[in-house]
Design a binder for this molecule. Structure first.
Ligand SMILES: [Zn+2]
Length: 161
């Protein structure tokens, strides 16, 4: 048998790769690169576990279970991406727009930034609520965002170095 046929018959009935597998491989690569600079045993152990899990998933015959894991991963990834997109839009529009969650359906409503009290009608559930826009709120939220990002960075450094 040629190598390709051998490989195909070995992989028959096994799961193979998916988006979760790709994500795990890329995370592994990123961990390796970070570890070049910090050389932490924790990171090294994590990356080895990650590779073992990735290989285990590829060669697993329990296709159903692996598929479920991938679907879960895709759902979480979607949530993350929409969260970051929202934060990005928020920061980009900070001087002109205000983002506010509807207290009834949790949809995010975008309003022009004019300080004072406003009556708002939620476009998705038609719920009416009022909100106050304070002057300098944009500056304040920028400062808080930077502060939180700094704390997150310090915590990561403490954990991995
Ligand atoms: Zn609503």
């Amino acid at each position: 048998m040629k190598f390709r046929e051998k490989l195909a018959s070995f992989m028959y009935g096994r799961y193979g790769n998916d988006q979760l597998g790709n994500f795990m491989m890329w995370t592994y690569v990123v961990l390796l690169i970070i570890n070049l600079f910090v050389s932490s045993v924790t990171l090294y152990t994590l990356s080895i576990i990650l590779v073992c899990l990735t290989v285990f998933r590829m060669f697993s015959r329990n296709v159903n279970a692996r598929n479920k894991e991938n679907l879960k991963f895709l759902a979480i990834r979607k949530k993350f991406l929409s969260f970051f997109k929202l934060q990005f839009d928020r920061t980009r529009d900070m001087r002109r727009k205000v983002y506010k969650k509807c207290p009834s359906c949790k949809a995010v409503v975008r309003l022009p930034r004019k300080s004072g009290k406003h009556a708002v009608v939620c476009p998705s559930c038609k719920n009416r609520f009022s909100m106050k826009i304070m002057p300098f709120a944009a500056l304040l939220s920028l400062i808080i965002t930077i502060f939180l990002a700094l704390i997150a960075l310090i915590v990561l450094l403490i954990i991995f170095i």
